[in-house]
Write a protein that binds this ligand. Structure first.
Ligand SMILES: CC(C)(COP(=O)(O)OP(=O)(O)OC[C@H]1O[C@@H](n2cnc3c(N)ncnc32)[C@H](O)[C@@H]1OP(=O)(O)O)[C@@H](O)C(=O)NCCC(=O)NCCSC(=O)C[C@](C)(O)C(=O)O
Length: 284
């Protein structure tokens, strides 16, 4: 029996609308042109039905306080550093501009592990986003909570090494350099006040990162865009990603893809070859 078992099965429901203004700001943030139809490209769902706690109820890290109240959705894991660890997404129906959506999120599991970086608590959250036309997106998101950075510990990830990323084994390759303006706009789109994305003294001094951290779903969205540029808008049926190492603002990310429609492999790598994200996808 785990300390936080009472939270497993708890759920919350949020509603939203695929607003044309939101879609336009999302496309502008990602330097994308609007598509020809009323469908919106994959990845926009991460900007819908987002937590909207009042500012007075945010914790030190900028996320809603995890106070463990009787009606709290997420468990009050005492480990202070939160990261988006991974997600498995099924795209069932493309979202359409103007439609209303409802997302139900359920705590599906909580597990303790010890990793190379110390104690880890993983929380799995099952999300189902319905539009008026039925289930549009199903996602299993895993959030990880980590111990405080030990005093005097080296910042992570380590400074860029001597190595260089080699795109040769990949059939598609796109370098991008996420800068502060991109991170700020993505935080705004997702209503995410997590300080590791915009507050450098906090990100390095408190959480121990070498710079501002690129949002996991932002890197994932950039990979989704690479796949859609090759295969067409809304081409993917399944997409799964896992964050392996923090991506740092201002440093080039090499987005890559290879494989065929039923077994696509994607990745994001730092300039020195360190892998930041691993992903796979399929069109069926
Ligand atoms: C998570 C870290 C610290 C673990 O690194 P580690 O070295 O401590 O762990 P490990 O030794 O690699 O693995 C230990 C165990 O954890 C599992 N594990 C390990 N990683 C994962 C993962 N991703 N997803 C699921 N499981 C994972 C792994 O499989 C293993 O399990 P096992 O003992 O059963 O074999 C390390 O992998 C890391 O730093 N990853 C990068 C995470 C990242 O950059 N996320 C995006 C930025 S944070 C963000 O976007 C925030 C946002 C948007 O504001 C927001 O709060 O929602």
């Amino acid at each position: 029996m785990g300390e936080f078992d009472a939270w497993v099965g708890r759920s919350e429901r949020r509603t939203d609308r695929v607003d044309a203004g939101l879609a336009a700001r999302w496309l502008a943030t990602l330097d994308l042109a609007a598509g020809s139809g009323s469908g919106v490209p994959q990845g926009l769902h991460w900007c819908l039905c987002v937590p909207d706690a009042p500012t007075a109820e945010l914790g030190e890290d900028g996320h809603p306080l995890r106070d463990g109240g009787a009606d709290s959705f997420l468990p009050p894991i005492p480990l202070p550093r939160r990261m988006w660890a991974s997600s498995k997404v099924e795209f069932l129906k493309p979202l359409q501009l103007g439609e209303s959506v409802e997302r139900t999120s359920t705590v599906a599991g909580i597990s303790d592990k010890t990793g190379g970086s110390g104690k880890l608590v993983f929380v799995d959250i099952a999300h189902e986003t319905h539009s008026g036309r039925g289930l549009a997106v199903r996602e299993m998101q895993t959030v990880v909570y980590r111990d405080a950075a030990p005093a005097g510990a080296p910042l992570v990830p380590p400074a860029l090494g001597e190595g260089t990323f080699d795109p040769a084994p990949w059939s598609a390759h796109r370098p991008v350099t996420p800068r502060e303006s991109l991170l700020l706009r993505y935080s705004a789109l997702t209503f995410n006040a997590h300080r590791i994305h915009y507050d450098l003294p906090y990100a390095s001094g408190i959480e121990g990162y070498r710079g501002l951290v690129v949002h996991g779903p932002l890197t994932a969205t950039l990979l989704l865009d690479l796949a859609q540029a090759e295969l067409g808008d809304n081409a993917l049926a399944q997409f799964a990603f896992r964050g392996l190492s923090p991506a740092i603002c201002g440093e080039t990310l090499h987005l890559v893809m290879r494989g065929t429609g039923d077994a696509l492999e994607l990745g994001a790598f730092a300039e020195d070859g360190r892998q930041v994200m691993a992903a796979n996808a399929s069109i069926t």
